[in-house]
Design a protein around this ligand. Structure first.
Ligand code: AMP
Length: 588
């Protein structure tokens, strides 16, 4: 399949954010796609080469890409960098540059989807000292034969900046229309996707085996299942209202969600976002098989750091010490954990998803033998508000963050946030005493799992005197996968080539946005800052104020205009208030 067909589709898709139009473009593309490349097309559409859980990352740095463009065009790197600065997108810059190409080359080989995919795959697999040179060779060989539009998309995929804004659901809509003639069949595709987390495989199955093949699609051991999520409730009353007269209540432990796939001694672990995390938990790999009384299973658990002396649960941050590549063995002894099982999704070759909660819990207790390391998450059946309050108190005293409430007669709904599970958390302690509503002025591209979204945002307060938006912090925590997607959809159309003159920021962002969107943030304190522009020179000469440990609360303040955001006056009040509290506690 010619790569130009894909590049033309990318180009059309980039020009719209409307879901119906995107779906139509996808259907047209799929109809032109031969069977054997459909899965590759589906991965490439999302800027990937394989499903996320395989962990294949392209990891090409901008510098290297610039050198490759220079090599294949004969244009100096300085000029390419200049063009890049102007457009803010290396793909676009490359296409502009290649239109002025000084070196003529003979088109030696056609650019096909297969060739691009295979070359990208080789690049992703390269390791070691000579890998940079080899990568450059591969990239420039593709660019040599590519037209400017094709080159721009090859680069975007390589750099992880292809952001077509196509949600998985849109791909499934288009697959259903193109290959079954009916959009409603999306639901069947969704089930296949939820149990395999591999959209390419789902596409390939519908193309080669039709809907019947999709209907037979089952769980595959060692392919992660998309997790079931919970809705939030604010109070015990609300929980009773939603859950009825009798339901399960489990501790909500503050650790890392782990999906364990076990067969004999082989154990593979996936995180909540389905990344492979096996390497961080050598203790799980060693100890868990001894606790399992089945040939093969898929289980869900919360891995929690503990105080070995008291058995008390420790906060999530303690676990993050394990996020290191080297000396993991040392971290394992320094930061011990327990594995607290709460669900069973597959057992002895059969799915357990359709079983109701009661049956799954019973099976789980039978299959997993408890010991010092492997536990069943504490659970009790509750019937009224008093029961919940009591259990919540116990759970908080044990160091957990609240309760998970689960309906007894319901199945496991892979990949969906529904009302069968609810979470009741202790209120988030906001040390500043108040949240701030801040304007999103800039963004930084996400890496790893956050590729294709803005992983970090630059935020600003409103300066009423000057009618400007002054930078106050970067925020990169508090985002769920859904909120990252949603923010990307909202912010992408607000990208500007030049910084809006009302933005006052010394800090450089990867992209600038029209200052329009307001989001809610909490933080631990306000500190003096040499770089941020909020309240500049008012408290101290050459210093502004910044938020320390800011965290997105999950609330997008759609109802607020940028000028309704927190003002510098309010920030001064908060800053002074915080000093008073500190004095009161004799901290200063
Ligand atoms: P949240 O991240 O606040 O949406 O809460 C959901 C997370 O709570 C899950 O992804 C799990 O990591 C965690 N969790 C802790 N205890 C449980 C439990 N008993 N059942 C399900 N999830 C739990």
């Amino acid at each position: 399949m010619e790569f130009s067909i894909l590049a033309d589709s990318f180009n059309k898709m980039e020009s719209t954010r409307k879901r119906l139009e995107l779906t139509q473009f996808l259907v047209e593309l799929f109809e032109k796609t031969p069977q054997e490349v459909i899965s590759k097309i589906v991965y490439l559409l999302q800027g990937k080469l394989r499903p996320d859980f395989e962990g294949i990352e392209l990891g090409v740095a901008e510098k290297l890409a610039i050198r490759a463009i220079s090599k294949s065009s004969g244009i100096p790197t300085k000029k390419i960098e200049e063009e890049y600065r102007k457009s803010g997108d290396l793909g676009h810059a490359a296409s502009t540059i290649l239109k002025q190409k000084t070196q003529t080359t003979f088109l030696v080989e056609d650019i096909t989807v297969e060739r691009v995919y295979e070359t990208l795959f080789k690049i992703a697999k390269l390791e070691g000292s000579r890998s940079q040179d080899m990568k450059m060779k591969y990239i420039s060989s593709l660019l040599n034969d590519a037209n400017p539009l094709e080159a721009s998309y090859i680069l975007k995929i390589l750099l992880g900046t292809l952001r077509l804004g196509i949600a998985e659901n849109t791909v499934m809509d288009a697959l259903a229309i193109a290959f079954s003639g009916n959009k409603d069949n999306r639901k069947i595709l969704e089930h296949a996707y939820n149990v395999s987390s591999d959209l390419g495989k789902v596409a390939e199955t519908i193309v080669t085996k039709g809907l019947e093949g999709i209907e037979k699609f089952g769980i595959i051991l060692f392919n992660p299942i998309r997790p079931m999520l919970a809705d939030r409730v604010k109070s015990e009353e609300e929980a009773i209202e939603k859950m009825g007269s009798e339901f399960a209540s489990e501790y909500k432990l503050d650790g890392e969600r782990v999906q364990l796939h076990v067969e004999g001694e082989k154990v593979v672990l996936f995180s909540r976002s389905l990344e492979k995390i096996t390497n961080y938990y050598p203790d799980i790999i060693e100890k868990i098989p001894k606790s399992i009384q089945a040939d093969n299973v898929i289980l869900e658990a919360e891995a929690v750091a503990i105080n070995e002396n008291t058995g008390e649960f420790l906060p999530f941050q303690e676990l993050m010490h394990r996020r290191r590549k080297y000396k993991i063995e040392k971290a394992v002894t320094q930061y011990p954990i327990t594995v607290n099982f709460f669900d069973i999704l597959y057992c002895n070759g059969k799915s357990c998803l359709e079983l109701n909660y009661n049956d799954r819990r019973e099976k789980l207790e039978k299959i997993v033998k408890e010991n010092d390391f492997a536990k069943h998450i504490p659970m009790t059946i509750v019937k009224n508000q008093n029961d919940i309050e009591n259990f919540l108190e116990n759970s908080i005293n044990a160091g957990s963050e609240g309760l998970m409430l689960k309906m007894l007669d319901k199945p496991y709904q892979a990949g969906s946030r529904g009302s069968y599970w609810l979470k009741l958390k202790r209120e988030y302690q906001n040390e500043l005493g108040d949240s701030l509503d801040l304007v999103v002025i800039g963004g930084f591209f996400g890496k790893g799992r956050r590729t294709g979204s803005y992983g970090t945002l630059l935020l600003a307060t409103y300066d009423e005197d000057k009618d400007t938006f002054t930078s106050i912090c970067k925020v990169g925590t508090g985002f769920s996968d859904e909120s990252l997607d949603q923010l990307y959809q909202i912010l992408h159309p607000k990208v500007t080539i030049k910084k809006n003159p009302r933005i006052d920021s010394e800090m450089e962002a990867d992209v600038w946005f029209e200052p329009e969107l307001v989001i809610e943030v909490v933080a631990s304190e306000i500190t003096l800052s040499p770089i941020h522009k909020a309240v500049r020179d008012k408290i101290r000469k050459n210093a502004g104020l910044a938020l320390r440990f800011p965290k997105f609360t999950g609330k997008i303040r759609f109802e607020k205009a940028a000028e309704d955001a927190s003002t510098n006056e309010e920030v001064i009040t908060l800053f002074k208030g915080q000093k008073k509290i500190a004095h009161g506690k004799n901290l200063i």
